[in-house]
Design a protein around this ligand. Structure first.
Ligand SMILES: Nc1ncnc2c1ncn2[C@@H]1O[C@H](COP(=O)(O)OP(=O)(O)O)[C@@H](O)[C@H]1O
Ligand SMILES: Nc1ccn([C@@H]2O[C@H](COP(=O)(O)O)[C@@H](O)[C@H]2O)c(=O)n1
Length: 509
C-alpha cells in the first residue's frame, strides 16, 4: 500500500477484493484475489499510472489533523478531496456517503447533496450548483439551500458549510455534468439492482416524502427509470469505485463501516493533534499572554468570583478588556515619528496604526475607536456545531489589520469560524484574536489551525470540562455581562433600569 500521485483507487484489505479495469478494457484481478468481487476499482489512465499494479493505487491525503485551509505542515492551503457519488434513486447514495464519513472518522468531511439544488417550484432558476462544489473544493465557505421533498420547495434557512478536507458530492446526476465531473478526485457509483431501488423508493417516498403508492409507481416508470438509463447507466464505466449490487439480505449496512469502507479509509490520514482534553497544551508560537501583574490577577479574582455582583461584572471586565486591547495593539506594526513637546523639544516616538489600518471585529458587539465589524455565531444546541447567523464587515477590510474580539474562547469553535470568515474576506492573515480568557484547548486549536494568527489573552486556563468550557473558568461571560444569568446587581430597581445593556460593549474601547 503506497501513495502514488495521480492515482485514485483503493486499498485491498481483509476479505475485500477488487476488479480492475484499465482504460483500455477489463484486466481482472479476480483470479489474484480471494473472495467474490465486491468492490470494483478503476484507475485513472494517465501515462504515469498505466503500468502500475492496481494494488498500490492509494491516494492519500495527509491532513495531520489540521482543518482544510492548510496542508499538513501548516503552510499552503490545499484543495479539498472531492468524492463523487452517483447511483440511481434510492440506490443508497446517502447511506453510503454517511458510512464513508463514519469510516473516515476525521473532521472536516462535508456531504453535499445534489438534492439541495433542485429548482424550486414554480420554476426559479436562481442557483448554479457548479458554484458550491467549486467553492468548497477551494476551501471556501458556501451557503447551501435545504430542499424539502414534501413541499417541493426550499426551507427558509440555508446551511452554512465551511471549507472541507473531503467533500462527498452525491446525486443521481452527479456524473452527467462534465464540469462537475472534472472537480472529482474520485468517482464512486452505488450500483443497486433496479427492483431493489424501486421497492426502497416506494417505501421511502411514502413514509418520508409524503407521496402515495400510485404516484410513486407512476413517477418511477415515467421519469425515474428512463432518467436512470439516460443519465446514470452510461456513466457507470467512469467510476473508480463501484459499490456493488447488494440487496436487503446482503446488506452493506450489516457490515461495520470499517469493513465496508476500509478501501476509502486510507484516503484521509489525520493524526490526532490533542492529548486528553485537560492536558497542558504545547506552547504556541503565536500566543501572547498578558503578564500576570497584581492588578491583572486582581481583576481575574473579581470576575471569576461567583459572589461578584452584576454591576461589578460590568465594571471590572472593562478594565481588563482595556489592558487586553492595549496588549494586542503592541503586536501591531507602528511607525517611528517625531513630535514637538510644548517646550519646543523633539520627542522620538512611535505612531501605531490605531484608528487607521486596524479593524476591530467583535463576535459579541462593536468597538468604537476603530472601524468595526460584527460576527454573530451561535452554537446549534442540537448539533453542537457553531452556526454563523450574522456577519457585517466593513469595506476594504482585506487591507486592514484585524483585532478579532471574543470575550472567552474555550473550544474555539466560534473563534475558528470567525477567523475563517475573515480569511474568506481576504483578510491576509493579519489577524489578532483577542480574548479575556482562553482554554488551553482553544489556544491549541487556533494556533494549530491558523499558524499565522496572533493569539492575545490575559490568561490561559489549562483544563476544560465535559462541555469544553474552560476550568476554573469564568462562567458564561455574555450572560453575566448582560445580566441574563439571574445574578443580582446590588442596585435598586430604578438604578437597575439605568444600567448598561447590550450597547455597553461599544463603550469598552
Ligand atoms: N443496503 C441497504 N439495505 C437496506 N436498506 C437500505 C440500504 N441502503 C439504503 N437503504 C434504504 O433505502 C432508502 C434509500 O436510501 P438512500 O441512502 O437515501 O438512497 P439515495 O440517497 O441513493 O436516494 C433509505 O430508506 C435507506 O434506509
Ligand atoms: N420534488 C422532488 C424532487 C426530486 N424528486 C426525485 O428525487 C429523486 C432523487 O433523490 P434520491 O435521494 O432518490 O437520489 C429523483 O428521482 C427525483 O425524481 C422528487 O420525487 N420530488
Amino acid at each position: 500500500n503506497m501513495s502514488l500521485p495521480g492515482y485514485t483507487g483503493a486499498r485491498i484489505s481483509g476479505f475485500w477484493s477488487m476488479r480492475a479495469r484499465s482504460g483500455s478494457g477489463e484486466d481482472s484481478l479476480d483470479r489474484l484475489l480471494p473472495g467474490p468481487p465486491i468492490i470494483a476499482v478503476r484507475r485513472k489512465s494517465t501515462s504515469q499510472t498505466k503500468t502500475e499494479v492496481l494494488r498500490t493505487c492509494t491516494h492519500t491525503i495527509y491532513t495531520a489533523g489540521r482543518p482544510p485551509w492548510y496542508d499538513e505542515h501548516g503552510a499552503e492551503s490545499k484543495e479539498a478531496f472531492v468524492i463523487g457519488l452517483c447511483g440511481g434513486s434510492a440506490s443508497g447514495k446517502t447511506t453510503v456517503a454517511n458510512k464513508i464519513i463514519e469510516a473516515l472518522d476525521v473532521p472536516w468531511v462535508v456531504l453535499l447533496s445534489m438534492d439541495s439544488f433542485y429548482k424550486v417550484r414554480p420554476v426559479s432558476n436562481d442557483y448554479s450548483f457548479d458554484h458550491p462544489g467549486q467553492r468548497l473544493k477551494h476551501g471556501k465557505i458556501v451557503m447551501i439551500p435545504v430542499y424539502d421533498f414534501t413541499t417541493h420547495g426550499r426551507q427558509k434557512d440555508w446551511k452554512t458549510v465551511y471549507g472541507a478536507s473531503v467533500v462527498i458530492f452525491e446525486g443521481i446526476m452527479s456524473f452527467a455534468d462534465k464540469e462537475l465531473l472534472e472537480l472529482r478526485d474520485m468517482k464512486s457509483i452505488v450500483d443497486t439492482d433496479s427492483d431493489i431501488r424501486h421497492v426502497r423508493r416506494l417505501r421511502r417516498d411514502i413514509t418520508e416524502r409524503g407521496r402515495d403508492i400510485e404516484g410513486v409507481i407512476k413517477q418511477y416508470n415515467k421519469f425515474v427509470k428512463p432518467a436512470f438509463e439516460r443519465y446514470i447507466e452510461p456513466y457507470i464505466q467512469l467510476a473508480d469505485i463501484v459499490v456493488p449490487r447488494v440487496g436487503e439480505q446482503n446488506s452493506l449496512l450489516s457490515l461495520s463501516p470499517i469493513q465496508m469502507y476500509s478501501p476509502l479509509c486510507c484516503f484521509v490520514q489525520g493524526s490526532p493533534v490533542l492529548g486528553p482534553a485537560d492536558s497542558a497544551p504545547p506552547p504556541s508560537q503565536t500566543l501572547r499572554v498578558l503578564e500576570s501583574m497584581p492588578q491583572v490577577k486582581g481583576l481575574h479574582t473579581i470576575i471569576r468570583n461567583q459572589e461578584t455582583s452584576r454591576d461589578e461584572f460590568v465594571f471590572y471586565p472593562k478594565r481588563l478588556m482595556r489592558l487586553l486591547i492595549e496588549h494586542a495593539l503592541t503586536f501591531l506594526p507602528s511607525q517611528p515619528c517625531t513630535v514637538q513637546t510644548p517646550q519646543g523639544r523633539e520627542y522620538e516616538g512611535k505612531r501605531s496604526l490605531s484608528g487607521k489600518g486596524i479593524t476591530g471585529v467583535s463576535i459579541l458587539a462593536a468597538c468604537k475607536d476603530v472601524r468595526f465589524g460584527e460576527i454573530l455565531i451561535q452554537t446549534n444546541l442540537d448539533s453542537g456545531e457553531p452556526e454563523l447567523h450574522y456577519l457585517r464587515l466593513p469595506k476594504g477590510i482585506s487591507e486592514e489589520h484585524v483585532i478579532l474580539m471574543d470575550s472567552t474562547v474555550s473550544s474555539s469553535a466560534a473563534a475558528m469560524m470567525a477567523v475563517r470568515d475573515l480569511l474568506d474576506h481576504k483578510v491576509q492573515e493579519k489577524i489578532a484574536l483577542a480574548s479575556l480568557l482562553m482554554a488551553g484547548l482553544g489556544v491549541h486549536w487556533v494556533a494549530y489551525a491558523f499558524p499565522k494568527v496572533k493569539i492575545i489573552t490575559t490568561a490561559v486556563d489549562k483544563g476544560v470540562d465535559d462541555f469544553l468550557q474552560a476550568i476554573p473558568g469564568i462562567g458564561d461571560f455574555g450572560d453575566l455581562y448582560f445580566g441574563t444569568d439571574g445574578r443580582t446587581s446590588g442596585w435598586s430597581d430604578d438604578e437597575e433600569q439605568e444600567q448598561p445593556k447590550q450597547q455597553t460593549m461599544n463603550l469598552i474601547l
